[in-house]
Design a protein around this ligand. Structure first.
Ligand SMILES: [Zn+2]
Length: 279
């Protein structure tokens, strides 16, 4: 984009977000879903062994992501369900088949920090693209947002935000780290306790609206900067909104908030002399 390029029509884009087909990214299903108990256990084990907390997967799971377990790394143990069929002899002499379900401890898991790329040229992580007009570091600085390490065990999560502390974290294995960056920045701008008071009457807005708002901001930022992920953003927003009625409500109540946040994020990272004009 050059100096004088005007933005794409945000009104049309916003409408397309709710009406055009989207898809839910495969990346929300790449990792096994661990129970909360297992996640807590994994965090505990990583902490006492001094392993940086991050996504975990099995030996073969990492291999599928293009990474391998480093030499000498010891696996993390978690509880895994085991199903066993057994026969019980009944009083009348016949056998009844029963299914027994129980848990065993299995040393089967490795954290991201215990792995390395199989092919150094292709580390399994997606680099954050440079855009000619928008600078990520600059945006973080101008918005007063701090990036912190991604300390989640569930690798399906692309990132997280702590709006009240103005902190974001991006999963090093995020499929579309730029889209996730905009999404988490939007949470900080729109969904901190102070922001809620300023923007929403009657207190807190519900989770699905928060997610749709953050993703709509990411959608506008990606579309304006020419970054991919639009189809995935539509899929995500429509999935959270669920019904046409809620989509209509969202379009009325959130459009101004979404535009304001996207505008702020784009301006905050705008490289000197290449400010995007405000319409
Ligand atoms: Zn979110």
């Amino acid at each position: 984009m050059s100096n004088n390029t005007t933005r794409p029509d945000w009104g049309k884009l916003f409408a397309s977000l709710l009406t055009e087909p989207g898809k839910l990214g495969e990346h929300y299903r790449l990792f096994h879903r661990y129970s909360l108990g297992n996640q807590a256990m994994a965090v505990f084990e990583m902490t006492i062994r001094g392993i940086p907390i991050g996504p975990i997967s099995s030996f073969n799971g990492w291999k599928r992501l293009g990474r391998r377990v480093k030499k000498g790394e010891k696996a993390i143990a978690l509880w895994m369900p085991v199903v066993k069929k057994d026969a019980i002899r009944k009083d009348d002499g016949t056998d009844e088949e029963v299914t027994k379900r129980f848990f065993i401890m299995k040393n089967n898991w490795f954290a991201l920090a215990q792995t390395e790329p199989i092919d150094p040229e292709n580390p399994g992580t997606v680099p954050i693209p440079e855009t000619p007009t928008w600078d990520r570091e600059l945006a973080l600085k101008n918005l007063g947002i701090t990036e912190v390490p991604f300390t989640e065990v569930d690798g399906n999560r692309q990132g997280f935000a702590r709006p009240d502390r103005a902190e974001i974290a991006i999963n090093p294995l995020a499929a579309m780290p730029w889209k996730t960056t905009f999404h988490e920045m939007a949470h900080c701008l729109l969904h901190s306790k102070q922001a809620d008071v300023a923007f929403v009457d009657g207190g807190h807005i519900n989770r699905s609206i928060e997610e749709a708002e953050a993703e709509a901001v990411a959608f506008l930022c990606c579309a304006t900067l020419g970054l991919p992920g639009l189809e995935e953003a539509r899929g995500y927003v429509q999935d959270w909104l669920g019904s046409p009625a809620q989509a209509e409500e969202f379009a009325k109540k959130s459009v101004a908030r979404v535009f304001a946040a996207a505008d702020k994020i784009l301006k905050a990272g705008s490289k000197a002399g290449e400010g995007v004009d405000h319409e």
